[in-house]
Write a protein that binds this ligand. Structure first.
Ligand SMILES: C[C@](O)(CO)[C@H](O)COP(=O)(O)OP(=O)(O)OC[C@H]1O[C@@H](n2ccc(N)nc2=O)[C@H](O)[C@@H]1O
Ligand SMILES: Nc1ncnc2c1ncn2[C@@H]1O[C@H](COP(=O)(O)OP(=O)(O)OP(=O)(O)O)[C@@H](O)[C@H]1O
Length: 277
């Protein structure tokens, strides 16, 4: 079975407080975008995992237990001992340490594929509960629809944010920022106006109101990040921001984009919003 785990962007990200479990509560909007990995899962005589494309930190031949796809398989297998052995092949394309949730998408798509291929008939709620055990971002990719999220980023509610008709440009500045590093620099604060209210205003207003709190600590540390954000606005973006814990910057445009030359040194993706395939 072949699937195409896609990336997400965060539209606004407010970190409101630190939780007793060491994680942070947040307010954000997740929106799927069509930059994808490729994940193949087929029945096999014995379990195996291989990857190609971008090198995944922690994956070494014969030692792939840390990969989120493998962890997803083992999580299901613990509850469904009859789950047959599979061969998994991940072709990694989505940049890592990028704020795009690529690893989480791989894990969520592995859960969905295994359930479908082997007739586990798990509901979306059941799949989300498994996904939450693999990472805070992971549950989003089960339904893979634009949502407002709170708590660890894994509790969802509907929000009428619809970017149909817009175009998105993602710029990954060849700089990996780990999620843990990014959270270590934040100063949680309840925003005066809930992000949800700001997102319900027109996209053309967002540049004045919708903020990603990770920019406050990461922009001074990595000047390339605010420089790219500025260049996205100069290229005509209606709204530009860093996604999640970085390092990817994105611009939302109201017309098809000609990629500016200064971005050619980086890894870029352009397309319409939404998960694509
Ligand atoms: C920045 C976001 O991408 C926004 O969507 C997510 O909050 C990150 O989600 P993720 O990559 O799935 O993160 P996890 O693998 O669950 O956590 C990695 C590390 O980030 C920190 N972490 C993560 C999520 C959260 N709500 N609070 C945290 O403090 C913790 O130190 C944790 O050990
Ligand atoms: N399938 C996978 N794809 C990417 N990273 C993976 C995968 N499986 C495990 N990992 C581990 O997760 C780490 C990346 O996590 P990290 O959260 O920093 O980045 P991300 O998956 O790009 O998403 P985000 O930055 O949005 O959280 C890698 O360094 C790697 O060790």
């Amino acid at each position: 079975m072949l699937t195409f785990p896609n990336a997400k962007i965060n539209i606004g990200l407010r970190i409101t407080d630190k939780r007793p479990d060491g994680f942070h509560n947040l307010q954000s909007c997740f929106y799927p975008v069509g930059w994808t990995d490729v994940l193949e899962i087929i029945p096999a005589d014995q379990f195996g995992f291989a990857s190609s494309g971008i090198t995944i930190p922690g994956d070494e031949p014969g030692r792939v237990d840390a990969n989120l796809c493998v962890r997803a398989y083992k999580l299901l297998r613990a509850d469904y001992p009859g789950l047959p052995p599979v061969q998994m092949h991940l072709h990694k394309i989505i940049p890592i340490g990028a704020g795009l949730g690529g690893g989480s998408a791989d894990a969520a798509f592995a859960l969905k594929s295994l359930s479908e291929r082997f007739g586990l008939n798990l509901t979306a709620d059941q799949l989300e509960n498994y996904a939450r055990q693999l990472g805070s971002d992971c549950a989003f990719f089960i339904r893979n629809q634009p949502v407002y999220c709170t708590e660890k980023g894994d509790v969802f509610s509907e929000i009428g944010v619809d970017l149909t008709g817009y175009y998105i440009l993602l710029v990954y500045p060849n700089l990996a920022i780990s999620t843990a590093e990014a959270y270590a620099g934040v100063r949680p604060r309840l925003p005066d106006v809930p992000l949800r209210d700001q997102l319900l205003e027109p996209v053309s207003i967002w540049h004045k109101t919708v903020h990603n709190d990770f920019e406050d600590s990461l922009f001074p540390k990595y000047p390339v990040l605010p420089a790219i954000k500025q260049q996205l606005y100069e290229a005509g973006a209606v709204y530009a921001s860093m996604s999640g814990s970085g390092s990817t910057l994105y611009g939302i445009f109201d017309a098809p984009i000609v990629i500016p030359n200064q971005f050619r040194a980086y890894r870029v993706w352009e397309g319409k919003p939404g998960a694509g395939k």
